[in-house]
Design a protein around this ligand. Structure first.
Ligand code: ZN
Length: 116
């Protein structure tokens, strides 16, 4: 008892078409929403992400961003060197006993730094 199977829908499905090692087009059905079969790059997770998020430009290395980080580092280094030159914060007198006159010293150069 045999009967003819209705394979019309299966035959009508999109085929992969990738070139095989025999030089012929692959006849496996392409995956849903893809142009290739599971063996020729149609598998889930293969290929570039949608919207090509690998190529997103985040701006971390733009000239302005690099310049800004360099500026912040210079400020921090200047502040650190200034703090190292200051007397102990808990003591209002210098080593030689003179009183520390707050506000009479010239402002540090970072306060007047003009970026552009
Ligand atoms: Zn294929």
């Amino acid at each position: 008892m045999s009967h003819a199977r209705n394979t019309e829908a299966m035959q009508a499905s999109l085929r992969c078409g990738a070139q095989t090692r025999l030089g012929e087009p692959c006849r496996a059905p392409a995956l849903r929403g893809k142009m290739r079969c599971r063996m020729h790059g149609g598998a889930w997770g293969s290929g570039a992400p949608d919207g090509n998020s690998n190529a997103v430009k985040h701006g971390y290395f733009t000239r302005e961003a690099v310049e800004e980080r360099r500026f912040v580092r210079s400020i921090l280094a200047e502040a650190e060197s200034l703090l190292s030159r200051l007397p102990d914060a808990n003591c209002n007198t210098r080593k030689n006993g003179t009183q520390l006159n707050a506000g009479t010293e010239q402002p540090s150069s970072h306060l007047t730094y003009d970026r552009k």
